[in-house]
Design a protein around this ligand. Structure first.
Ligand code: 13P
Length: 251
């Protein structure tokens, strides 16, 4: 089954509007032609709308780094799916390990966010991944399968093709310690087999599973050549357009 590859950049809490604009300009000046893959950037909320036109011209789709699980109301400081769509987002990241650990997001809350995002007609990148302790205790497969199954609870079958799973081992995020292509492929195949058991073979074959955690231009080629790795979610190396572009070229 051939699945369209994804290269996504998660800028986290970095880049002002002006810096983000310069990023897109630089990208566009180098990257004249489109690639046969989905290129998605996740800037800060505040940069979404100001970037929307230029990103579109550059062939880049925008996404938000978070969403609130309710449609609207008295939730000071939160942002709804409708607001994200209004600001130009097509995608949203849900369940990133920084949201799970720093902000205490549970699988139940993550599931509500996934469903709210789909209800708002946003596509979702659902992030999952184990800690080093869990891997050492040989719990990584169980932990990740629970995160996938709980995150997708009650998601309608017809919405599943709008969901991408990002396997991001916590120990690989921002550490320079990437999973080997063999370990990453093993986990991606495991996730696909869990999807198959839970949701059926047809949809499991269609769903894209991308890898994140210290991806750079040196390790991208080997990682993204693995049969179940459908692209990458890049943090640190996405902050500079040139390093992001060199990953793009190496896929
Ligand atoms: P790094 O690429 O900096 O390891 O971050 C990965 C990540 O968290 C992407 O969401």
């Amino acid at each position: 089954m051939s699945r369209k590859k994804i290269l996504a950049g998660n800028w986290k809490m970095n880049l002002t509007i002006e810096e983000a604009r310069n990023w897109i300009r630089r990208y566009q000046s180098v990257q004249k032609k489109g690639y046969l893959m989905d290129v998605i950037l996740f800037p800060s909320f505040t940069a979404l709308y100001p970037l929307s036109k230029e990103a579109f011209k550059a062939g880049i789709t925008l996404g938000a780094q978070n969403i609130f699980e309710e449609e609207n109301g008295a939730y000071t400081g939160e942002v709804s799916g409708k607001m994200l769509v209004d600001a130009g987002a097509k995608w949203v990241l849900v369940g990133h390990s920084e949201r799970r650990t720093i902000f205490g997001e549970t699988d139940d809350r993550i599931n509500l966010k996934v469903r709210q995002a789909l209800f708002s007609e946003l596509r979702v990148i659902l992030c999952v991944g184990e800690t080093m302790e869990q891997r050492k205790a040989a719990e990584h497969q169980e932990v990740v399968s629970q995160q996938v199954i709980n995150g997708l609870k009650e998601v309608h079958q017809s919405d599943l093709p709008h969901v991408v799973i990002a396997y991001e081992p916590v120990w690989a995020i921002g550490t320079g310690q990437t999973a080997t292509p063999e370990d990453a492929q093993e986990m991606h195949a495991w996730i696909r087999s869990c999807l198959k058991d839970e949701k059926g073979e047809t949809v499991a074959d269609k769903m894209r599973i991308i890898y994140g955690g210290s991806v750079n231009s040196e390790n991208a080629t080997q990682l993204f050549a693995c049969p179940d790795i459908d692209g990458g979610l890049v943090g640190g190396a996405s902050l500079k357009p040139d390093s992001f572009l060199s990953i793009l070229r190496s896929i």
